[in-house]
Design a protein around this ligand. Sequence first.
Ligand code: FES
Length: 106
Amino acid sequence: MAHVKYIDADGNSTEIEIEAGESVMSLAVNNMVDGIVGECGGAQACATCHCYLDEKFSQYFNPRSEMEDAMLEAAPERKENSRLSCQLELHDDLPDIEVRLPASQY
Ligand code: FES
């Protein structure tokens, strides 16, 4: 089974086995991964699930929606590859995925 590797701003990483039906955010929250808060539960209303998704992995997920894009405007340290991890849905056909986390979610 594939994994999501969460890499924090200091380079520390945690790997969690993918569970289909979860999101990159909910998998992190369920497994107490530091660095993803997910305050709104995935409603695109908080941006505390901000992550950076390398372009090589973007093909496996839906593109950023207008709503996601607007919410990311509120995220500190926004970059070109910023995503809301609650919008990155996990399924069984994924390879190993890596996401990087910002230094702060607030
Ligand atoms: Fe709130 Fe993703 S969990 S925007």
